[in-house]
Ligand binder design. Structure first.
Ligand SMILES: *Cc1c(COP(=O)(O)O)cnc(C)c1O
Length: 383
């Protein structure tokens, strides 16, 4: 039953008894980390997203850092990153001491605009990053075309898009390297966790190296081989994901289809209830994608970000916690200071970021909750 006073976050996990039992099994086993469940989760995940290799890591940000390392990005390299994303997409570029160059998005879907990518290519460009904003895959045919002509790899930050498809192909198989996050608001959770996926064996091996201090073997591999020596080949991190986390991920992955079905049904319910409402425009969806609906985002007809924030406060007063995805990355104080970010750099991202609101969207939400959110939103909008 839908409780009209129940606080509604914008997203949350759904953990069941099977998930809990899977985690408890690992706690009783010999390997809490670098054990067999890590490989099992990686293999099942690779299959689910149509990729040859998957490397489990500590979180989505670590996955980005591993992917950028694997591609050899470093000082002097420019990496094209959409302005409308979670800061981590760009932060991991800066962690490699490379330079994030921000690209603009299209106004209707908020996906990176291939024309903006093309316009910001320079001889120093070393990679193009796409973000499947809200769970809708980008225009990969056009992005691939730009990347091929520029001779640079295409990276997909697919943190929003687990289970999405573009022209029938799953997110995770659309770029040279793709990354995912298993934060509790994402499609499946491991508490914290992330994954790097690729068809390229050498890239996967480099991601594995970076995950493990830059050391070429792990504890269990040495145990199995009966050796004690090892070599550190490059400077890496401890970005491992434990077997405890992977057991949760493996169990959650079994319910991915059910989670997607629930998210899509809720999106259809929002679409139906918002159809024809003045002042509230859901994001457009391209005809050749299956949307994964990590987020359900609407653009409001409001004069300013402050007016949008007032709408969000009115909803919050009724227990409905919306979010803004995202403040444009280049306008954060760090990016202004370190990389010269300024207003006007990505005008579409900037103007749309002042109008958008992410409404509650997670598998445990009910159709009656959607009605409650829409009613509250309509009431909160300035006349
Ligand atoms: C969640 C997210 C990340 C980072 O993932 P963490 O697991 O929180 O580190 C990166 N990019 C996007 C687009 C995300 O939504």
């Amino acid at each position: 039953m839908s409780d009209p006073a129940r606080p509604l976050p914008y997203g949350r996990q759904m953990v069941d008894e099977q998930d809990i039992a899977a985690v408890v099994d690992v706690l009783r086993s010999d390997w809490l980390t670098t054990g067999p469940v890590v490989g099992r989760f990686e293999q099942a995940f690779a299959e689910a997203v149509g990729a040859r290799h998957a490397v489990a890591v500590a979180n989505g940000t670590a996955a980005l850092h591993c992917a950028y390392y694997a591609l050899g990005l470093g000082p002097g390299d420019e990496v094209l990153v959409p302005a409308l994303t979670f800061a981590a997409t760009a932060n991991a570029v800066a962690m490699r001491q490379a330079t994030p160059v921000f690209t603009d998005v299209d106004p209707d879907r908020l996906l990176v605009d291939p024309a903006s990518v093309e316009a910001r290519l320079t001889p120093a460009t070393r990679a193009i990053v796409a973000v499947d904003y809200a769970g809708q895959p980008c225009d990969y045919a056009r992005l691939r075309d730009v990347a091929t002509r520029a001779g640079v790899p295409l990276v997909a930050d697919a943190c929003h898009a687990l289970g999405a498809r573009y022209q029938g192909r799953p997110a995770g198989s659309l770029a040279d390297v793709s990354i995912f996050s298993f934060h509790p608001v994402k499609h499946i959770t491991t508490g914290e966790g992330g994954m790097v996926v690729t068809d390229d064996e050498a890239l996967a091996a480099r991601a594995r190296l970076f995950r493990q201090h830059g050391i070429s073997s792990d504890h269990r591999a040495r145990d199995a081989a009966g050796t004690t020596g090892y070599e550190m080949i490059d400077l890496g991190f401890n970005y491992r994901l434990s077997d405890i986390n992977c057991a949760l991920g493996l169990s959650q992955l079994r319910r991915l289809d059910a989670f997607l079905t629930a998210r899509r049904a809720l999106a259809a319910e929002y679409d139906r209830r918002l159809a024809g409402r003045r002042g509230i425009t859901p994001l457009a969806v391209a005809p050749d994608v299956d949307h994964a609906y990590h987020l359900y985002v609407v653009a409001l007809d409001v004069p300013s970000a402050a007016a949008r924030d007032q709408v969000a406060s009115a909803l919050r007063a009724r227990g409905i916690r919306c979010a803004v995805h995202y403040p444009p990355v280049h306008l954060h104080p760090y990016y202004r200071r370190a990389f010269g970010g300024h207003e006007g750099l990505c005008p579409v991202a900037e103007s749309q970021a002042a109008r958008i609101l992410s409404l509650p969207m997670f598998p445990g939400l009910e159709p009656a909750d959607v009605a409650r959110v829409v009613d509250a939103l309509v009431e909160a909008l300035p006349a």
